[in-house]
Design a protein around this ligand. Structure first.
Ligand SMILES: *[C@@H]1O[C@H](CO)[C@@H](O)[C@H](O)[C@H]1NC(C)=O
Ligand SMILES: *[C@@H]1O[C@H](CO)[C@@H](O)[C@H](O)[C@H]1NC(C)=O
Ligand SMILES: *[C@@H]1O[C@H](CO)[C@@H](O)[C@H](O)[C@H]1NC(C)=O
Ligand SMILES: *[C@@H]1O[C@H](CO)[C@@H](O)[C@H](O)[C@H]1NC(C)=O
Ligand SMILES: *[C@@H]1O[C@H](CO)[C@@H](O)[C@H](O)[C@H]1NC(C)=O
Ligand SMILES: *[C@@H]1O[C@H](CO)[C@@H](O)[C@H](O)[C@H]1NC(C)=O
Ligand SMILES: [Fe+2]
Length: 600
């Protein structure tokens, strides 16, 4: 019996062992295979923070392309259109076409051109060479003047903007722009309109890029972006770095105020804008680009005039989206509502509910309303609708319209998530950023606006400004929150200022309070309010809300699949020639049921 028992055991154990081992290995394999092939989704988050440091085999930056570089040089005679670009209007059936004619002047005694000497016409149709439609538009010139010894004045070519309307969605159009009476028309270009707002149609691919500049690294970014074949582009500010190119007679410098502490003003070399317009034309004469201003667009002149180049060169759908400023606007592309916000223009809560409540109470007291009536008014006050109408009439009476915050609230209230399920917001300087560079710089803006974006269930926020990549876990008010937006920073377009490599949590790299002063608005630095870093300005390790960060140049592509899933891919410049490579990839998944309490 004993022998029999042991022989059985001997026979059994290795078999069982083998069986169990095989089973375990199979499970492990399955896990490895699935994690290798499967793109993570935000539903699996929050993810433990990951940092990939700068690849030291690369250079942290490169020189600006010279003005006589083939991609920057002027290629047409003065009468003919150049720097042709497209921008979406607020709906996909309308598109802006912009271009420049005439020669810009730089130096002394510059004389502005007369815009009325050239017409702004676009001829277009759905067949090559057959233009059934035409539309005319407006034109302007701008000047950048410096009444200081040794600085150069500039006056632009004639900048034309024409809005095409009544286009069919999802259709290819052929167009020429220029002035037919002068026989000065461009060659034929094409574009494809985006789909109408609907939960089942989306732009094929949205390229997202920030802080692009005009260097060899910018070239790599743009070439890679062209290879990725986007159907529209989000350009997150800091476009040309014209104020880093020729500074007080010299060459570009990484820190202007360090190099020129005595300069009377920060000079910008405006011909860089014309160079950039030519550099971008092959892409943006086909694919609409939506811009938002960054700090490098401020370009202050004498008498405090600023943003001249940005304002004159880019058509944005401000008017069409009920904004009276080209620093903020919104538009629809398929089932996505985009909101572009201005960080360098008042973003504070003015004319908002609290303000109104105060006013209304004063009004009631003034009118000596009896107590019973007061009770019913209080009841009615909890109704949003009444609040909304009161606010409208209040705003009209006291003409406090025009504030960005008021516009934003109104725009958010008008979004129908049944038609445009996705809500994507973008502005230049990030609210959440764990690099030393620009750490907490726009904390005032966050404190003023974050509640509103959260309340209306914004899905994704894109920013630039910091010259590196970072993707956050879903968060709200510096706390992990499954219903907060996914914040993504892509200020890694490749400009002259080099890749940012230091993190605020690296030893000795926590910025001092005076380091990151915003170029607009107040300073609202905040110390950590809970956890091990409580009371400190910086974390001592990568914060829990920072899911992934890498110091590299690159750009992103957003592909919205349906009303809940969107694929986000970040492409690194050094990966250009490798197939199927990506620096970061994730499915951003909306959960409208879970987060419906916050979504109207
Ligand atoms: C920027 O471009 C230069 C020149 O092409 C290259 O040597 C450098 O490695 C690039 N840097 C990054 C961070 O991509
Ligand atoms: C540039 O324009 C300003 C303002 O008109 C003028 O004061 C200054 O002399 C001009 N500079 C040159 C070099 O022409
Ligand atoms: C955000 O967090 C701060 C600090 O913890 C807190 O004082 C504030 O009330 C919070 N704000 C909101 C809107 O929850
Ligand atoms: C906006 O509010 C911040 C504080 O949150 C303040 O520092 C800043 O001066 C205000 N800006 C304007 C334009 O009112
Ligand atoms: C914030 O943190 C810094 C150190 O990181 C400290 O010097 C400062 O006193 C703190 N401020 C407050 C109000 O706690
Ligand atoms: C949305 O797309 C994802 C990914 O392709 C898919 O898993 C999901 O079932 C789709 N949802 C709907 C409602 O079609
Ligand atoms: Fe910036």
């Amino acid at each position: 019996m004993v022998v029999d028992y042991y022989s059985k055991q001997l026979w059994c154990s290795p078999f069982l062992l083998f069986f169990f081992l095989t089973a375990i290995i199979m499970e492990e394999m399955k896990l490895i295979i699935s994690t290798a092939n499967q793109i993570p989704t935000t539903l699996e988050g929050p993810f433990p923070p990951v940092t990939r440091r700068f690849d030291s085999s690369l250079r942290r930056g490169s020189d600006d392309l010279p003005m006589d570089h083939p991609r920057l040089r002027k290629r047409v005679s003065p009468m003919f259109p150049e720097q042709i670009s497209l921008a979406l209007s607020s709906q996909p059936t309308s598109i802006w076409v912009s271009w420049v004619t005439g020669d810009a002047q730089i130096g002394s005694n510059v004389i502005p051109l007369d815009p009325s000497t050239v017409k702004s016409e676009v001829w277009y149709g759905t067949q090559s060479g057959n233009y059934q439609f035409s539309q005319t538009g407006k034109s302007e010139v701008y000047s950048q003047l410096y009444p200081f010894q040794g600085l150069l004045n500039y006056t632009s070519g004639i900048i034309h903007h024409v809005r095409l309307q009544g286009l069919e969605p999802g259709k290819k159009y052929y167009y020429k722009c220029g002035d037919t009476s002068l026989s000065a028309m461009s060659k034929e270009h094409t574009f494809k309109t985006l789909p109408l707002p609907s939960p089942i149609n989306y732009p094929r691919r949205i390229a997202v890029v920030g802080d692009l500049g005009l260097t060899s690294n910018s070239t790599t970014t743009v070439d890679h972006m062209v290879k990725n074949d986007p159907s529209m582009i989000l350009m997150l500010g800091d476009l040309t770095y014209a104020n880093q190119y020729r500074t007080t007679g010299g060459k570009g410098v990484p820190c202007f105020s360090c190099a020129f502490p005595d300069a009377p003003i920060r000079e910008t070399y405006q011909p860089r804008w014309d160079g950039w317009g030519r550099f971008m034309e092959p892409l943006i004469s086909k694919v609409p680009m939506m811009v938002i201003g960054g700090n490098h667009e401020i370009e202050t002149q004498a008498a405090g005039i600023s943003f001249k180049s940005y304002s004159a060169r880019f058509a944005v759908p401000s008017y069409e989206s009920g904004s009276d400023s080209n620093f903020y606007y919104s538009f629809n592309a398929g089932g996505i509502h985009f909101i572009m916000l201005g960080a360098y223009v008042d973003y504070n809560t003015t004319g908002d509910s609290l303000y109104l409540l105060k006013f209304f109470c004063h009004f009631l007291v003034f009118m000596r309303v009896p107590n019973e009536l007061m009770f019913y008014i209080n009841l009615a006050f909890s109704s949003n609708l009444l609040m909304y109408h009161l606010q409208e009439s209040y705003l009209q009476r006291f003409s406090v319209t025009g504030s960005q915050h008021t516009w934003l609230r109104k725009d958010l209230e008008q979004v129908d998530r049944e038609v445009t399920p996705w809500l994507v917001a973008a502005w230049h300087p990030p609210w959440y950023n764990s690099y030393s560079s620009h750490y907490q710089e726009f904390e005032c803006m966050r404190q003023e606006m974050e509640g509103l974006l959260y309340q209306f269930g914004v899905d994704i926020v894109f920013s630039g400004h910091v010259h590196a990549y970072e993707r956050m876990n879903r968060m709200y008010n510096y706390t992990l929150d499954p219903c907060g937006p996914v914040y993504i920073n892509v200020g890694d377009g490749g400009n002259i200022e080099k890749v940012d490599v230091e993190h605020a949590d690296d030893p000795g790299k926590c910025p001092s309070p005076g380091d990151n002063m915003p170029e607009f608005g107040g300073v609202c630095h905040l110390n950590i309010t809970s956890g091990p870093g409580k009371g400190q300005f910086c974390w001592d390790k990568q914060p829990e809300w920072s899911a992934f960060r890498e110091s590299s140049f690159g750009h992103g592509i957003l592909e919205v699949v349906n009303d809940t899933n969107a694929l986000w891919t970040w492409h690194r410049n050094q990966d250009v020639y490798k197939e199927q490579s990506s620096g970061d990839q994730i499915y951003i998944v909306r959960e409208p049921e879970r987060c419906c309490a916050t979504i109207k």
